[in-house]
Design a protein around this ligand. Structure first.
Ligand code: F6P
Length: 265
């Protein structure tokens, strides 16, 4: 599949703004955004309008001009990603098709996709990692042992999510316009690993911090990556992301992959 990345295009991927569950250290659920999350949503809307949906051109008179470009938006069906998209403007613009016709385009038309929903933690949904460790010590240990293959009771594994993301990856391959994808930690880890050519084993440990936009530009032999921080940690009232198991066990870590993790600011 990597060899199919031949057309120049840009994907902007971000987690939802901080949710009420993030603040409480709980996983999953369908909570809304915290005050910090709402602030991130406002900043993301500005970024969407000024960066994603705008290009700078030099006019005939030599003047620098900013013009709109058609842009897409995908969210999951969960409240926290939809709320993160709520301040994004849906301007109507005219755009030229490949056959030269001018058509109307709605910027960032809402598109909520179920296969972008976060990895489902089954019986552990809505619990903190500490509560899981206390209530289900064997489950907790199994996940630490093999995070990729581990399936929560009545829930999903990263391998399961990889399968449900396959059709979405095909749609991504076909997307020409700049795309803003507002998703979840587990989901963006897998998409990031796919484009960056990481192994499946590495994927569940990639750091995808809140409040960052990861910009991916796939090309024929790889993918260019850039990360933009829209809201530094110091500006956050409560981060809520100090989870106990977010890094790959030392014994299996591939040193060469560590510098591929998104930097936090
Ligand atoms: O904590 C936020 C979250 O998106 C949870 O909803 C989800 O279960 C978790 O991250 C996935 O990360 P990990 O696989 O490291 O537990």
């Amino acid at each position: 599949m990597m060899n199919l990345h031949t057309m120049p295009r840009t994907f902007y991927m971000t987690r939802h703004g901080q949710s009420e569950y993030n603040v409480l250290g709980k996983i999953g659920g369908d909570s809304g955004l915290s005050q910090n999350g709402l602030e991130y949503a406002r900043r993301l809307a500005r970024f969407a309008k000024e960066v994603i949906a705008t290009k700078t051109i030099i006019g005939e008179d030599g003047k620098v001009e900013k013009v709109p470009v058609p842009a897409r938006l995908w969210t999951s069906t969960l409240k926290r990603t939809i709320e993160t998209s709520q301040f994004i403007e849906h301007d109507h613009i005219m755009t030229e098709t490949e056959s030269g016709d001018m058509v109307k385009w709605i910027q960032f038309r809402p598109n909520a996709r179920r296969n972008l929903d976060e990895l489902y933690a089954g019986v552990c949904d809505g619990m903190s990692y500490k509560e899981i460790e206390e209530a289900f010590p064997e489950e907790f240990a199994s996940r630490q042992d093999d995070k990729l293959a581990y399936r929560y009771p009545k829930g999903e594994s990263y391998m399961d999510v990889t399968l449900r993301l396959e059709p979405l990856a095909n749609d991504l391959e076909r997307t020409r316009e700049p795309l803003l994808l507002i998703g979840h930690q587990g989901i963006i880890r897998l998409l990031y690993a796919y484009f960056m050519g990481l192994t499946r084993q590495e994927a569940p440990y990639v750091k995808i911090p809140l409040n960052h936009v990861i910009i991916l530009r796939p090309h024929a032999y790889g993918c260019h990556e850039e990360t933009v921080c829209l809201m530094p940690k110091e500006e956050m009232f409560c981060d809520g992301q100090d989870e106990p198991i977010t890094s790959m066990p030392i014994k299996t870590r591939d040193i060469s992959s560590t510098d591929l993790n998104a930097p936090s600011c």
